[in-house]
Design a binder for this molecule. Structure first.
Ligand SMILES: NC(=O)c1ccc[n+]([C@@H]2O[C@H](COP(=O)([O-])OP(=O)(O)OC[C@H]3O[C@@H](n4cnc5c(N)ncnc54)[C@H](OP(=O)(O)O)[C@@H]3O)[C@@H](O)[C@H]2O)c1
Length: 252
């Protein structure tokens, strides 16, 4: 069967693209002429973000779903394959952070964070590996960007499960750089401190939004990663505010 793919030179899947970091990266890619599948959980919020980028003239499509669920991950990747037929960048960015003291952990919230922040990532690689391999064979620059966190480098009290899922993201990213090196597929874990997005609203009375890392800072790192020569891999990037930061310090 002959499919009518959108005529783009480069295409990306960006999860968590309805706000914050994911939306900023989707916009940057749109500006560069990429075809972008935007995925996130709540359909209305995703539609608003999609319509915003579409209105700016970018080639985007939206697929809503719970990325903690395997069938929704498959649906996102299938829709992307149908629309664009290629995947040069997979950005695994959807995530959720839930603070709870260890003695009061709620099993449902533990599972939600593991499924969304970590389990979705290996499943996305698996589902998209054919397109990533094809892009790697074509230009040796297929890229997977996995959004971890500064708490994926240093565990945080109260955010213990979130921290553990983000450590897992860093470890999995390292493993992928070894496993997929010969396929022209690079992976990078982004490890930011506080970024000014809806996720950090809870802390903005202590750390003002204007003192946080911006979503543009993060998006620019993706532009940089895409510009690297085939012989250069950056396995992770830490982003900190001046002086460093820990949630515990912020809330002291
Ligand atoms: N902001 C920070 O300070 C910071 C620091 C370090 C790392 N991060 C990480 O950066 C990533 C993006 O977060 P953000 O700061 O940009 O926050 P955000 O604006 O709240 O964006 C989170 C995105 O993830 C989506 N999402 C959450 N759970 C999902 C699920 N189960 N299925 C599908 N989509 C889901 C959200 O969609 P809905 O809104 O519809 O749920 C939204 O699009 C996350 O992985 C987060 O852990 C953020």
């Amino acid at each position: 069967m002959c499919r009518a793919f959108a005529m783009v030179d480069r295409a990306a899947i960006v999860t968590g693209a309805s706000s914050g970091i994911g939306l900023a990266v989707a916009r940057l890619l749109g500006e560069q002429g990429w075809g972008v599948t935007m995925a996130a959980r709540r359909p209305e919020k995703l539609e608003a973000a999609h319509d915003e980028l579409k209105g700016e003239g970018f080639d985007v499509q939206q697929v809503s779903g719970n990325l903690g669920a395997e069938e929704d991950i498959k649906r996102v990747v299938d829709a992307h394959r149908d629309a664009y037929g290629r995947c040069d960048l997979l950005m695994n960015n959807a995530g959720v952070g839930i603070g709870e003291p260890v003695g009061e952990l709620t099993t449902k919230k533990v599972d939600l964070q593991i499924a969304t922040n970590f389990r979705s990532i290996p499943l996305f690689y698996r589902e998209a590996i054919d397109m990533l391999r094809a892009a790697g064979a074509e230009h040796s620059g297929a890229l997977v960007v996995n959004t971890s966190s500064i708490s994926g480098k240093r565990g945080e009290a109260w955010l213990s499960v979130y921290s553990a899922t983000k450590h897992a993201v860093v470890g999995f990213t390292q493993a992928m750089n070894k496993e997929l090196a010969d396929d022209g597929i690079k992976s990078c874990a982004l490890c930011p401190g506080f970024v000014d997005t809806p996720m950090t609203d809870f802390v903005k009375s202590v750390v003002p939004a204007e003192q946080m890392i911006t979503t543009q800072d993060i998006a620019e790192s993706v532009r940089f990663l895409l510009a690297l020569s085939p012989g250069c891999v950056i396995p992770e990037i830490m982003f900190e505010r001046p002086g460093g930061e820990m949630l515990n310090q912020a809330s002291d």
